[in-house]
Structure formats: structure tokens, C-alpha cells
Design a binder for this molecule. Sequence first.
Ligand SMILES: Nc1ncnc2c1ncn2[C@@H]1O[C@H](COP(=O)(O)OP(=O)(O)O)[C@@H](O)[C@H]1O
Ligand SMILES: [Mg+2]
Length: 143
Amino acid sequence: MNNKMKLEILSKSENESFARVVVSAFATQLDPTIEEITDIKTAVSEAVTNSIIHGYNKDDEIIHILCEIIDNEIIVEVIDYGMGIENIEQAREPLYTSKPHLERSGMGFTVMESFMDSVTINSVPGVETKVVMKKSIKSIKSY
Ligand SMILES: Nc1ncnc2c1ncn2[C@@H]1O[C@H](COP(=O)(O)OP(=O)(O)O)[C@@H](O)[C@H]1O
Ligand SMILES: [Mg+2]
């Protein structure tokens, strides 16, 4: 199967749940299990929340979410045009957060990595930050 969609949202906290519902609805074409859908929702939530809180830290900026299905794999890209990540290796470390005062857990990237097959981070500070997550859907139709 092959399909694509692109979503543009504003960086408002209420749009985080909207984004994860849209991506999971798109993913249902692959006939995922409930668990696989939950994994995708959780990962998308973390990435979009990061764009809202860390990328922009203000409302009404643009976040793009690109989804592509190639065979049994879903690829989700979350892109913002905010402040960016200077040290990607450090950002990926479990428990690292640049905003401890907001009671952030620093586990966002760790969660994305554990629920998806792969997570790639690309960032040009002040220009663009792109998180690409991939997951193969293994479920087989039971009818
Ligand atoms: N879209 C982004 N733009 C800028 N910085 C980011 C972005 N996503 C993540 N970061 C940086 O990476 C760090 C780690 O992210 P994460 O693991 O989700 O932890 P948390 O969000 O709890 O801080 C953040 O504290 C932030 O400094
Ligand atoms: Mg986070």
C-alpha cells in the first residue's frame, strides 16, 4: 500500500490531541492493533508537544506533520521552524530536559524511540527541526 497526507496545525496545546487523532486515523489503513495505534499516538504526542513547548513556546506558529505509508510501514515527520536543537545527542539522552522548571520529564525522545522502530532528528537552529519516526505495522488481517 502507498499513501500520503500532510497536516498543518498551529502551535496551540489543544492541537496536540488533534494531531495524534488525525495521524492515528490515517494509520488505521494498515489495520494496526490497538497497541500499535497507542504507540503511534504516544510518539506523535511527544513530538508535537516538543515543537509547541521547545520549538516555539508561543501560540500560532506553524507545525507540519507529514505521514506516508509505504507497504506496511508508516513514516511520520513532525516539523517546526522554531529555535531548534543545538546538541541533538544531549537532547536524546534519557532524563535530559532544557526546561526542568516546567517539570518536564526529559523522556520524550526516549518514549518516541521505545514506541517506534526508528527516530531521526534533524535540526538547523533557528531554521527547522524535523523528527522522523518510522514504524512497521505487523498485524495480519484475521478474516
Ligand atoms: N522541536 C524542538 N525544538 C527545540 N528543542 C527541542 C525540540 N524537541 C526537543 N527539544 C529539546 O530536547 C530536549 C529533550 O526533549 P524530550 O526528551 O522530549 O524532553 P522534555 O520535552 O521533557 O524536555 C528538550 O528539553 C529540548 O531542549
Ligand atoms: Mg518532550
